[in-house]
Design a protein around this ligand. Structure first.
Ligand code: UDP
Ligand code: MG
Length: 303
């Protein structure tokens, strides 16, 4: 059986469409499947729509979180609840073309354990968004050690890989990168990102920035090393300034260096603050992990 994991946050308009489209596509291809919706604490009637769909279609199942835990948590909950021998993670807004699921499933039948959906094109986005996404992915690619620029959450993973992912204790797990990091026999399938069918994107600029920073921190400690490098640079500059100050002192015209002192003070001060900020950010992430709170809390299910 194939489990289709669908995270849903405020997607009331999309649920009925998504159910009928994916169910039809998979039934036509003769693939036994379950559609597992994870309601990520939606504020609209998403959960009612899921229960409705579940009562009229036995292939549909739903899990409801006690509050919004974010898409990553919803994906992991879906993988954990899935009963299939493999599962596909797909967005609720049909931006990931459902007919590709069939293609992915056929590849899985041929023995591939991870089938990654990669974006051929990114769909409509503003210039700034495109730039931010590009920077984020180049940092991520650098720290994860493989090309992430076209990666997405649209993936098929085998039971073996599902179990590996579920046994990872990371709270701030970044599904897109982790599912490549674990290895296994993988292959890529290209797809074009479509327009959203209904509703709006669920990400605000603030939540995207937070998401990017958390994921960079979970895969890379480069920002902390950056602090050391900045410290070294300031040290070298300071050394130069000290020599200069001593020279002017012995030449007997010491009071001139006032501007230099102010500039140096400002620079060192700000670098120290920045450095403390970065370290603080990592400590807060360590703190979160150490507390060992669950990734999500399930309130109710349809089964
Ligand atoms: N989503 C979620 N929890 C959130 C935000 C989003 O489960 O806190 C789901 C959303 O319902 C959708 C998927 O994640 O199925 C992708 O969200 P969206 O389409 O808003 O993102 P975009 O396509 O704009 O990147
Ligand atoms: Mg979308």
């Amino acid at each position: 059986m194939l489990s289709v994991v669908i995270p849903a946050y405020n997607e009331e308009e999309m649920i009925p469409i998504t159910v009928s489209v994916i169910d039809k596509t998979l039934s036509e291809a003769d693939i036994t499947h379950e559609l597992l919706f994870v309601n990520d604490g939606s504020k609209d009637s998403t959960w009612e729509k899921i229960t409705e769909a579940a009562s009229s279609n036995t292939n549909v199942k739903g899990v409801c979180f006690s509050r919004n835990f974010g898409k990553e948590s919803a994906i992991f909950a879906g993988i954990s609840e899935a009963q299939g021998e493999c599962c596909v993670v797909i967005d609720c807004d049909l931006q990931h073309p459902p007919e590709k699921i069939v293609e992915m499933y056929r590849l899985w039948e041929q023995g591939y354990e991870i089938v990654e959906g990669v974006k051929r094109s990114r769909g409509k986005e503003s210039g700034l968004h495109r730039f931010a996404a590009k920077s984020f992915y180049s940092i991520m690619s650098e720290s994860a050690g493989f090309d992430m620029s076209r990666a997405s959450d649209f993936k098929l993973i085998d039971r073996k890989a599902m179990n590996v992912l579920l046994n990872m204790n990371e709270k701030n797990a970044f599904f897109r990168a982790l599912s490549s990091w674990i290895g296994f026999k993988s292959i890529q399938v290209e797809y074009d990102v479509r327009e959203r069918e209904a509703g709006v994107s669920k990400w605000s600029t603030k939540s995207l920035i937070k998401y990017a920073l958390t994921n960079i921190a979970s895969f890379s400690s480069a920002p902390m090393q950056l602090v050391t490098i900045m410290g070294l640079i300031v040290f070298v500059v300071g050394l130069g300034a000290t020599v200069e100050a001593l020279v002017t002192f012995f030449e007997g015209k010491a009071q001139e260096g006032f501007t230099t002192v102010i500039i140096l003070q400002c620079f060192t001060g700000s670098f120290i603050m920045l450095g403390l900020g970065v370290i603080g950010f990592y400590i807060s992430k360590i703190y979160e992990e150490v507390k060992g709170r669950p990734r999500y809390i399930i309130d109710k299910t349809t089964y």
